[in-house]
Design a protein around this ligand. Structure first.
Ligand code: NDP
Length: 315
C-alpha cells in the first residue's frame, strides 16, 4: 500500500484531507505528519508546507515530496532535504483557472482606470474630466513574463478576451495567438511592444530584481504592470518612482518581499496602485487533493510529471 503523510493547513485540516483522499483514492494510506506513531520508513510521499527541518531526511523510502504550494523554498531552505527525491510543485487546472481570472480582473482594472475611480469614490468625487481616453482591449498588448503552467493559461485567457498578447520565457515557445520571445536578449523587444506586463516568473538568482525602472520605462504608454509572481522580482523603489513620475500609469501587486505587507510600506498610499494580499490563486483543498492523486498515480506508473522542481534551473 502506498503511504502519504500530510502536513498542510495545520493539524485540524488533516481530517478534511483524509476524507478527500478516501473518496479520490481509497487504497492510499493517508497519515498525519504530526502523529507521534508515524512510521517514517513506511512513508512514500509527503504533502507538505514548511516541513520540520531534518524530518524528510529520516524517510528512507520517500519517492516524492509534494509541495502544498507553487513555491518550494519552504522545502529547500532545510539544508538536509533529500536531494535525490523529486519535489513536485502544486498545480492543476483550478490553480491555473484562478490565476487567469485574477489577471483578467487586474488587466481590465488598469485598462478602465480602477485605481483612480477607487480614490474618487473614497473622496465622494464625481470626476469625469482629465481622464485619459478609454482604451479598448483589442488596442492593448499585454505581455506575460513567464510562459509556464500559469503564464500559458493566462496568455490564452487574455487572447480569448480580445487582448493582443505577447509572452517571454527562458526557452522558445509556440503558443497559438501569442507573440513569443525567449531569452535575455529578446527582453527589450518584448517590453517595447507591450502596454502592460504581467510578471509570472519564479524567483531564481536570474529573476530576482528583474523588474527595474529601466524595464518599466520601455513599455508603451499608457503602461501598466501586474505582479503575481514573487515580490522579490521587483525593485520596489523603482516601481514607486515609475508610478510617481507617470512612467508607469498603473499597477496591481499581489505579492511582496515581506508578507503581510507592513503597515509602514509606502506602497499602501501610492496613487495608481491596487494591492491584494497574495490571493491571486489558491485552489480549493478538493482541487489540490485531486492534483495530488493524479501526481501519485502518474509517478506510481512510471510517468513523468510536468511540475517537477529542477534544482539546476532553480524552479
Ligand atoms: P513554471 O515553472 O511552470 O513557469 C515559469 C516560467 O518562467 C517558464 O515559462 C520559464 O521559462 C520562465 N522563466 C524562468 N526563469 C526565467 C528567466 N530567467 N528568464 C525568462 N523566463 C524565465 O511556473 P508557474 O507558471 O507554475 O508559476 C509561476 C510563478 O507564479 C511561481 O513561481 C510562483 O512564484 C507564482 N505563483 C503565484 C501565486 C499567487 O497567488 N500570486 C500562486 C501560484 C504561483 P521556460 O518555460 O523557458 O523554462
Amino acid at each position: 500500500m502506498v503511504c502519504l503523510a500530510v502536513k498542510s493547513g495545520g493539524r485540524s485540516a488533516f481530517g478534511e484531507w483524509k476524507s478527500l483522499f478516501a473518496t479520490l483514492m481509497p487504497d492510499l494510506d493517508v497519515r498525519d505528519w504530526y502523529d507521534p506513531a508515524l512510521d517514517l520508513p513506511a512513508v512514500n510521499y509527503v504533502l507538505v508546507w514548511e516541513p520540520d527541518a531534518g524530518r524528510l531526511a529520516q524517510m528512507p523510502n520517500l519517492k516524492a515530496i509534494l509541495s502544498a504550494a507553487a513555491g518550494v523554498d519552504h522545502i529547500t531552505s532545510d539544508p538536509t532535504w533529500p536531494r535525490h527525491v523529486p519535489i513536485i510543485r502544486m498545480g492543476g487546472e483550478e490553480t491555473a483557472a484562478q490565476m487567469a481570472d485574477y489577471v483578467q480582473w487586474a488587466v481590465f482594472s488598469l485598462l478602465r482606470e480602477a485605481p483612480r475611480w477607487h480614490v474618487a469614490q473614497k473622496d465622494r468625487q464625481w470626476v469625469r474630466r482629465g481622464m485619459p481616453p478609454v482604451r479598448l482591449a483589442s488596442e492593448t498588448r499585454v505581455g506575460i513574463m513567464g510562459l509556464g503552467h500559469l503564464g500559458a493559461a493566462v496568455a490564452q485567457c487574455l487572447a480569448r478576451a480580445g487582448f493582443q498578447v505577447s509572452g517571454w520565457a527562458r526557452t522558445p515557445k509556440h503558443c497559438i495567438g501569442v507573440e513569443c520571445h525567449a531569452g535575455v536578449e529578446a527582453l527589450p523587444a518584448f517590453l517595447q511592444e507591450c502596454n502592460m506586463v504581467v510578471c509570472l516568473l519564479p524567483e531564481t538568482p536570474q529573476t530576482r530584481g528583474i523588474v527595474t525602472y529601466e524595464v518599466l520605462s520601455q513599455l508603451k504608454k499608457p503602461s501598466g504592470f501586474i505582479n503575481v509572481g514573487r515580490g522579490s522580482l521587483v525593485v520596489e523603489a523603482d516601481l514607486l518612482r515609475a508610478l510617481q513620475d507617470e512612467t508607469l500609469h498603473g499597477a496591481v501587486l499581489d505579492v511582496f518581499p515581506t508578507e503581510p505587507l507592513p503597515a509602514s510600506s509606502p506602497l499602501w498610499d501610492q496613487a495608481g496602485l491596487l494591492i491584494t494580499p497574495h490571493i491571486a490563486s489558491e485552489a480549493s483543498r478538493r482541487a489540490r487533493a485531486r492534483y495530488v492523486v493524479e501526481t501519485i498515480t502518474a509517478l506510481e506508473s512510471g510517468k513523468a510529471v510536468a511540475l517537477r522542481y529542477d534544482p539546476e534551473r532553480g524552479y
